[in-house]
Design a protein. Structure first.
Lengths: 341, 341, 341, 341
């Protein structure tokens, strides 16, 4: 059945499989000490225009959030996130399992507003009562957000400046970063992100890799003994080359960007198709995830012919669903969808 | 440079890469709900002669140990392991990071003796003082052990019976299980393990996969809400098919066993070679890891021409080193080693 | 300086000190195995009309919340609480430090409404997406609440029935339980609480003891190996008699109730006094904590002559402050306050 | 029945109860911000000859070990302790529950030898493999030890110098510190301990208080936001004065030392009594705990007439038991014991 269920319904970009196959019999040391990891790191630093950044490879998004946040916070600290943030809602309590609170603040279109964070910080530090409260220790945002929306460069800059004023590291979850960077409506570049964030990650799993996320520590702020911490979290791949080779391919000849752009092009056409057919959008999304409001019976009928994701209840008779494109979405997929709609 | 450093120096068995490539554009739901995971589970249940077993796929060994142990123990419990056990020494405190003590007992050739465990249990329950002590909640063994040694069927049966008498789950770490099952000197089969253990895993990463371990819960004892727990540990792959496809290939036409057997054949020749050249072995190992005692200057010289792993100090002038074979070790590798020795 | 800062500004009720002094040289076994703990448990069971309840003594409120919640929840579960709940806001992340999320829901006058909880549960179980979410595993309420308000018997019954339908233990934080039970406006008795809750505690620290809280497990639901768990949390007093003697005194001849009633009488007069003087109340409280809205300059002036607690900002020019009475509040204290106002 | 079961079988030194009673109606702020805590801290700093030390009060020994160790270690670190250490064996896994391993080393008469620790450190840092291992982050010793033995000043100095060389904080568990300081066979003073250790605690619970331990951070090394951390651990007493008053009394006119000396005098006579009657000692102890080897039938008979503690099995027919004296042991107790023996 035709599927727009997510951006991880297919395998990897063919060039990745080719590279894995081509290098398969080479003998390399384990745990990320191979030459492909080194090359990939170098290419990522270059793409970020951040020659001193430290790049580390992990396997998945929740794992990355858990490790980055869990190792950055002091015992008395929590992480600030939008109430819609992935770490708040959809990681099975991964952050809390490291002993830390997720301090949730209201969102605006899935985004955390600098003013919202500032008001929270002002209130927190306004009185002496905060000794019995979890202290803010990091700010977490996702870009694109869980609703596919994007921070503008101004918004990101405001958050970054606020964070630096309060000495709070700013962490950007880029599980779908490629789709954000290649959106037609963004003014934020990868070097911008590297300049404005203290740590962020470049998502591979949802942008053409079999698995893998590249964490970038931008300010000489990699946690001490990071390899031991990664090992302790059960996240250190013996065959680290699996990650190195994939990111080496993704950051060769701009592949990460071109496949992301393809997904955006497909998303724009999907958007246009739904709009033309008179569907309502839950939120205006400039990236590869599109959220449509369906009447429940209509949703039921449609789900017999095309796969998509249930997102959330809209009201008693309507539901928000998600259609996602990816590097592998094809013209044929869109034509088939049009026929169905 | 020629390398016998580990069994994870190369990529995956070529059939795995072929299958990943062949199925790459198929669209499948994420998080392990794909058809390849289902097929692989069915084949593993058949190979275990355990039609009711529950099979789950995780990414790596430490992650698997952490999740299996961390989700099995009650808050007041710890896990019994040999002092040489991987969970005791070489996982960066992964078990303790879940809040649980590793209760270490003396080993015999890397193995945990049933009598040793029984004496500990008798002492523990002998007096009332144990309310202030961590209670034993699981027994962890590795097979092959960290020194490449193997439990006999009698030894494993004795441990299993003891554990059942005390209602302690027996957990077998099979990171290198294939090499144990295909050893020339074992009387333990995969169905034996499934019958005697409460939970164990079939290692993929070190036996021909890019990554992946197949956990087998043999007695209707999968922890409740296991998917949420795996997600919380940051171990739930979005593209779960990556694990499903690999184990489907490994358990088709006995590939897991035949490539393990190849590694054993290579190890036997390597052993014979070292013995012929007059080298001393630290421990007699019937599996793919061989531990050699080298005089320190000799070690230094040898390390210029062939890669191997430092293991531990033997005495002031000697060191124990490890040479490992795998599915990808070739005749040429052995000939090159012979030339060097 | 005159103080209404809290209900823990003085020591213990004199009868407690007399009993500690009288029994001081008696030799008793440690860790709660003394005769006073036994007697106190028996008296508490009788007061609760719960002959089969299991009573345990702990030292303080946050410790009790942490242990009760942390030992009740499975790894994949969190605790539901009002967003104003003590465990949500004012325990320094104690719950999260046990690895569990506090799932916050909107409050009504500091209370958690059964309908609010039910809607959350319906939404949670409405779709399949909850495998990536923390599952609700317990409901936490405080009575009196953090704002001094009280559940009616109907409200408590509704919560209890909902919880039993969903097999969620209902936990009542009774840090100030005496003041709730003796309120002039309550229809909830201690036996009601024992019948409706799965676990609750009778606060001692804030109701006349030097320290100590009595946890009551009402349904044969004490966590297994509870002593080890308490020890592990660093909460097992060597001289457990300190808690036993205190609760024995508090539950002899109804002392717990009579001193609570005294505090309520004092609170009613304090309330009447503030009302008479034209002060505004932030919330109508029928217990020993009264929340007054002060203009900021007025607050500043008042704070020079009487101690009270800053509670929260009301608006740019006003602040909510708390005045509390206790067993030790005297006529003279009220007269002095009247003179100041 | 006559009891030598422990040093916490009676209440508090009478002067403590007098002071609690005398100050009972005074109104003081909570959470340790009262004047008695301040006075006690000042007196302890003076007794330690450590004017810049930071003193904090906690409730019990395991709680203190858990908080001091848990807040000092980085995520990748564990604490070194003797295999007989209280944190290793008898705290229900409290340290591991904070996520950290207890790295156990062999003991000598209950003590950790500097040479043993140094060899461990040399081995740990000898090779590159330690990235997969828990790093040593603190050294824990108890003085007196769990067997009543004492470090000499030379031994303590050697440990201290080693720790400073490796930048490992040295933490001394002084649950029974008074008995160590007043031993007839010690050359270690309280100022010595303050000079040689990075953090230690002065036990109250087992030396005449109802409860309470005074933690001394000697080198400007109190963990940041310590109050929040203590709150999070459920260890922040609302009526902090309970601890302040007690330590104020204990450190007024040398009471802590004089009552400890009394216990030592009683222990010396008890020792002499057992020796005279021909009993064997398990270990020579110069403090208030004496370990006697009893034939099992003899133990059984004796336990009918006097209470003592089972310690450990000696062999199939003998058991090690403990007799403890304290501030409250009387001449009459010893005479009664002599009559029984």
């Amino acid at each position: 059945m035709l599927s727009f269920e997510s951006d991880y319904i297919t395998g990897a970009h063919p060039k990745i499989l080719e590279a894995l196959t081509r290098t398969n019999l080479e003998q390399h040391p384990g745990y990320g000490a191979d030459v492909y990891c080194e090359r990939a790191k170098e290419k990522i630093r270059a793409a970020c225009q951040a020659p001193n950044a430290d790049v580390r490879f992990l396997v998945g998004g929740t794992q990355t959030n858990k490790i980055v946040i869990g190792t950055a916070l002091a015992g008395y600290e929590g992480v600030i996130a939008a109430e819609t943030g992935h770490v708040s809602l959809h990681e099975g309590g991964a952050i809390e399992s490291t002993g830390h609170k997720v301090i949730t603040l209201p969102h605006q279109n899935g985004k955390l507003n600098a003013a919202t964070v500032e008001q929270y910080l002002l209130d927190f530090y306004a009185d002496g009562a905060h000794e019995h409260m979890v202290a803010p220790g990091m700010v977490y945002i996702s870009h694109p957000t869980e609703y596919g929306t994007l921070y503008t460069k101004d918004e990101l800059t405001a958050l970054s400046q606020l964070c630096r004023r309060y000495e709070l590291p700013l962490f950007l979850d880029g599980a779908r970063l490629g789709y954000g960077l290649m959106s037609l409506q963004t003014d934020v570049t990868l070097p911008d992100i590297a300049a404005l964030c203290d740590v962020f990650y470049i998502g591979g799993t949802k942008v053409g890799a079999l698995c893998g996320e590249a964490v970038v520590f931008t300010r000489n702020n990699t946690p001490k003994n990071f390899i031991t911490l990664v090992k302790q979290h059960g996240a250190l791949l013996a065959k680290g080359r699996l990650l190195g080779v994939q990111f080496d391919v993704l950051f060769t000849d701009g592949l990460y960007f071109s496949i992301s752009r393809h997904a955006i092009d497909m998303a724009e056409r999907l958007k246009e198709l739904f709009a033309r057919k008179g569907y309502r959008f839950y939120m205006e999304s400039p990236t590869n995830q599109q959220f449509i409001i369906l009447e429940n019976a209509q949703m039921e009928a449609l789900s017999q012919r095309v796969a998509f994701s249930f997102w959330e209840k809209y009201d008693e008779t309507h539901t928000v669903v998600r259609f996602a494109t990816s590097w592998s979405t094809s013209e044929e997929d869109l034509q088939a969808l049009e026929a169905i709609l």
